[in-house]
Every structure is written in C-alpha cells, then in structure tokens.
Design a protein around this ligand. Structure first.
Ligand code: C2E
Ligand code: MG
Ligand code: MG
Ligand code: MG
Length: 292
C-alpha cells in the first residue's frame, strides 16, 4: 500500500516537474518574442518628498502584456529572464524606454523628475553595461544625475572586482545608485562603505508595522540616521497609510513610495500628479498625501 502511494506520488511529482519545466521553456520562448514584439510595458510609481508631499521622481516597474496570460508582473518572468540571460535585453529595453519617457517629462516646464530603474545582478556582471547606459543617456539626452539605478543587496553579494569596476564606471557617468530592499539581504553596512551608493530604500517589510512594532521603528530610525551621516537619501517603500507616513517622517526618512500616494501607473497618468507651481505655494505646511 505504502509502495503504491510512493509510486503514484512519484508519478505526480514527475508530471508536475515536467509541467513546470515546460512552462519555463514556454515562458523563455515567449519572452524572447515579447522583447522584440513590443509586449513589455512600464508602469511608473511616484517617489514623494516626505516633507513637501510632492512627487520628485518615479520608479519604472516592468510589466508584460502577454497575449494569452494577460498582464504579468515581474514575479512571473524576471527570474526566468535572469536564468536565461534574457534579462540583459529586458533590462536594456526598460532603461531605454524609461529614459525616453523621462526626457518627455523633463520637457514639461517646471518638472524635473528623477527616474529610478531596477537593475539585475546579471546586467551588472555584463562588462558592456556601462557602455549601454552611456549610449542610452546620449541618445535620449537625459541628464545622468536624473537617473538612479536600483540594485539589491543580493546582486552585490558576490560582486567581483569587475562588478565593482562597473559600479564605479556608472558612478563616474553621473548616474545615481540605490540599494533596493535594504535590510532584507546581508552585509548591508559593508556595501555602503564598499560601493558608491547614493540612495537607500528601506524595504517595505520594515515599513508595514513601523507604527506598531518598536523593533521595526528602531530599524527604520537607524537606517534614516545612517543615511544622514553618510549623506545618503533614504526612501521608505510600501507606505500605505497616513500613520506609516507620519512615523517614517518623524524617524527622518527623506522620501517615500507607496499606495498611499499612488500605485504604479501608466505613463499617461503621471503629468497630472506633478505639483503645479501655484498649488505648491499654497501648500507650505500640510503635505499633499493622496494623489488619486
Ligand atoms: P521593487 O523594486 O522593490 O519595487 C517595489 C514593488 O513594491 C513593486 O512591485 C511595487 O508595485 C510594489 N509596491 C509599491 N508600493 C507598494 C505598497 O504601498 N504596498 C505594497 N504591498 N506594494 C507596493 P512590482 O512592480 O511587482 O515589482 C516587484 C519587483 O520586481 C521590484 O521590486 C523589482 O525588484 C523587480 N522589478 C520590477 N521591474 C523590474 C525591471 O525592470 N528590472 C528588474 N531587474 N527587476 C524589476
Ligand atoms: Mg526598485
Ligand atoms: Mg524595493
Ligand atoms: Mg521590494
């Protein structure tokens, strides 16, 4: 009896494994076509100054408009893209599209938004990456210091000398570098010393309970303090409530992102969220909290 169960369990496992492999291979083949076929999209989530309540920039977040599976988030395809190396092409498309869009927005009088773009470890390892960034900045005529490349601690974990050289080359170009999901990886403090980082993004797992959990509040306060001492900008991710905003403001975070101000949105929605010069003069005290 036990043997039968084992046997049938094995068959089920085998079928499931084969199914997963086939789905992966299908995703890889589809993704290859998606890049060239124009199925990738970018959404933009506002980054907001905590004190003024004004949007100062956006983060580009990739989506895949899959012909049969619908709109896919990064969790559905970034891992496959990384494993297959397709992330290099996805990443180049994302950076190009984000910079093209930024150039449009910066042409709006009074708007000087910044653009954050997520970069995978695999892209950083590519010695051609700084050249790709240089070419895209030149073609789109975007100010390098308006662009911030977001890296994760995991991406920096096994950074080789070549990766460090790449980061330094990027920094010399004038683009800013952010450490994303700060606090979820390893050796965060070493990274801050070892790499030319300009921005630290406090992971939303610390922000979620920041108003109720003294441990989370202590961590966010420490990161904000570290940021001030090391002249880093600190961004709190995943701010969903006015209470969370009040706490991260008190703890000294400079900027925030989150559903409280806005979820990631299509490009066409962004200009309406730009602070108008007149409105900003009226609102010197109470920050604008909600954009929607
Ligand atoms: P991330 O860079 O940390 O981006 C923030 C994620 O948090 C986004 O998820 C965003 O939609 C979500 N988020 C924003 N505000 C809130 C909030 O208030 N509450 C909650 N619960 N979530 C919020 P998304 O768009 O699904 O992206 C997930 C991750 O995928 C990103 O995390 C980033 O690591 C990766 N990713 C996105 N676009 C790209 C890309 O172009 N290239 C690479 N390599 N990775 C990307
Ligand atoms: Mg990010
Ligand atoms: Mg993040
Ligand atoms: Mg995150």
């Amino acid at each position: 009896e036990a043997k039968d169960r084992g046997r049938s369990g094995y068959v089920v496992f085998d079928a499931a494994l084969r199914g997963a492999l086939e789905e992966r291979q299908q995703t890889e083949a589809d993704l290859r076509m998606a890049i060239d076929g124009g199925q990738l999209r970018l959404l933009y989530q506002p980054v907001v100054d905590v004190r003024s309540g004004k949007m100062t920039g956006v983060e580009a977040l990739v989506r895949w408009e899959h012909p049969t599976r619908g709109l896919l988030g990064p969790d559905a395809f970034i891992a496959v893209a990384e494993d297959t190396g397709l992330i290099v092409d996805v990443g180049r498309w994302v950076l190009h599209e984000a910079c093209r869009q930024l150039a449009d927005w910066r042409a709006i009088p009074g708007a000087s938004l910044t653009m954050a773009v997520n970069v995978s470890a695999r892209q950083l390892c590519d010695p051609g990456f700084p050249g790709v960034v240089t070419a895209i900045l030149a073609e789109t005529e975007v100010d390098p210091d308006a662009v911030c490349l977001e890296l994760t601690e995991t991406a920096l974990l096994d950074a080789t000398e070549a990766t460090i050289a790449t980061l330094e080359a990027l920094h010399r170009l004038g683009v800013r570098l952010a450490l994303d999901d700060f606090g979820t990886g390893f050796s965060s403090l070493t990274f801050l010393k070892r790499f030319p980082i300009d921005v630290v993004k406090v992971d939303r797992s610390f922000v979620r309970d920041v108003a109720a959990d003294p441990d989370d509040a202590a961590i966010v306060a420490a990161v904000a303090k570290l940021g001030r001492s090391l002249h880093l900008e600190t961004v709190a991710e995943g701010v969903e409530t006015a209470e969370q905003l009040a706490v991260i403001r008190r703890l000294g975070c400079r900027s925030f992102q989150g559903y409280l101000f806005s979820p990631p949105r299509p490009a066409a929605d962004i200009p309406a969220l730009l602070p108008s010069p007149r409105r900003s003069r009226e609102r010197t005290e109470a920050p604008v909290i909600t954009a929607s």
